[in-house]
Design a protein around this ligand. Structure first.
Ligand code: 13P
Length: 255
């Protein structure tokens, strides 16, 4: 089983939630519940919470991530944050290409690629998000679309650099809607993503990449989704804001 080759990663994406004070409370609630995790545990938090999160996770097994980064190291980009800024703080991970960034902030596969380049060049681990809209699923183009997103996002990324990439398959219709992809639907697309990686790099390279599912993942559906051969973890939105729910999803990787 190739699944044993990969480390499961459960990451919270807090989105635009939690003040620094609230972040401290939530991390202090999560830490004891996940201390014996069988997987890597990450919290991706708003920029203003990063300092607090880095402090609160010291001495724990929880990694800290940001939710985006710009492609330039510095300059006239009002409101943006660069990869060197994140790295200098001690941030380990960065989410890139989340569908909310693509939908509401005009990000494209090309800007996603540029942001990934900057993140890798600055020693950050990337959680690359891909996924289709409901309309695209109904048109039967999910596999091609997701393969295209992966190919463009990873343009110029070497096989060595691929070791610092996690891919999150997040069907847009399942995000924050309570609608979850079935375990079979998640497996089908995660397997397509792995096949795309094999075609771009090599089968062994593809087998080593952690591929997460994201979209209304919760304590009830996590075990079934995570039991699938190509689903190696989860990117958790809503349920990551409740310590017991997030911890239960982390626990589900032990099955
Ligand atoms: P929900 O778990 O709230 O559906 O969000 C998923 C997500 O977008 C994680 O990045």
């Amino acid at each position: 089983m190739n699944k044993q080759l990969r480390k499961a990663v459960i990451a919270g994406n807090w989105k635009m939630n939690k003040t620094p004070a609230e972040a401290k409370v939530l991390i202090e609630e999560i830490a004891p519940l996940v201390k014996d995790a069988a997987c890597d545990v990450v919290v991706c938090v708003p920029y203003v919470d990063l300092c607090t999160a880095l402090e609160a996770t010291k001495g724990t097994n929880i990694g800290v991530g940001a939710e985006n980064c710009h492609w330039e190291p510095s300059g006239a980009y009002t409101g943006e944050i660069s990869a060197p800024m994140l790295k200098s703080m001690g941030v380990e991970y960065v989410i890139i290409g989340h569908s909310e960034r693509r939908t509401y902030f005009g990000e494209t596969d090309v800007t996603v690629n540029k942001r990934i380049r900057a993140a890798l060049d600055n020693g950050l681990k990337v959680i690359l998000c891909v996924g289709e809209y409901l309309e695209q699923r109904e048109q039967g183009i999910t596999a091609e679309l997701v393969a295209m997103q992966v190919k463009i996002a990873l343009g110029g990324v070497s096989a060595e650099e691929l070791k610092n990439i996690i891919i999150a398959y997040e069907p847009v219709w399942a995000i924050g809607t309570g609608l979850t992809a079935t375990a079979d639907q998640a497996e089908e697309v995660c397997a397509c993503i792995r096949a795309t990686l094999a075609s771009l790099y090599c089968q062994d390279c593809a087998n080593a990449v952690t591929i997460q599912y994201g979209g209304s993942m919760n304590p009830k559906n996590a075990a079934e989704l995570l039991s699938k051969e190509n689903v190696d973890g989860g990117l958790i939105g809503g349920a990551s804001l409740k310590a017991p729910d997030f911890a239960a999803i982390v626990e589900a990787t032990k099955q």
